[in-house]
Design a protein around this ligand. Sequence first.
Ligand code: C5P
Length: 213
Amino acid sequence: MIITIDGPAGTGKSTVARALAERLGFEFLDTGALYRAIAWYCLENNVSHDDATRIVELTSTVHIRWEDARLWVNEEEVTEKIRSEEVTLGASRVAVISEVRDALNDVQRKIAEAQNIVTEGRDQGTVVFPHAQCKFYLNASAEERARRRFLELTNNGELAEYETILEQIRERDERDATREIAPLKPAPDAILIDSTNLKPERVLDKLEQTARK
Ligand code: C5P
């Protein structure tokens, strides 16, 4: 069984998808992490996130492994390393390249062949798993998503500026929604959930109830 959760950055998709997978005893797949892996690997190899030719070359030789919510690039574990701001913005740049998307779609489908999964991203219900049995689209206002990210960073003792975060979220939303291939949008058969005024536990309960039907 495949459950897809799509939506823009900062809606709490990842947290909810991970918790839902745990409740159902499914594997959890964070597909954004795979795009981040390519962006991180570009930085490691001094390849600009705008250099499509070199990025496609790197993508064709790199080995990406996702297991138990941890990520390896050519045997180096990068689970935490891919969370920097530089990698975050780079991921949305490499994600506009069709060869990169094709390669990562293959990785995602292979993972889903082997087990039941809850998979989250931008195109899971629309492109990668159009036949998924259960699809969700999670949204929240850009201001609320920026507020959550701001709190997360400051709670970790990091320096953060709300306006800058909001600007970055809008920039990523714009790029994800307007790109030519696999633009961010809900699948026609996805259940839409707005989490602006909902606590993650409430979202999780809603998803679980629907998934178990
Ligand atoms: O979800 P996360 O913020 O980790 O995703 C990083 C970037 O990867 C997104 O901004 C988006 O551009 C890209 N992405 C994508 N398709 C997916 C998952 C992520 O294009 N299925």
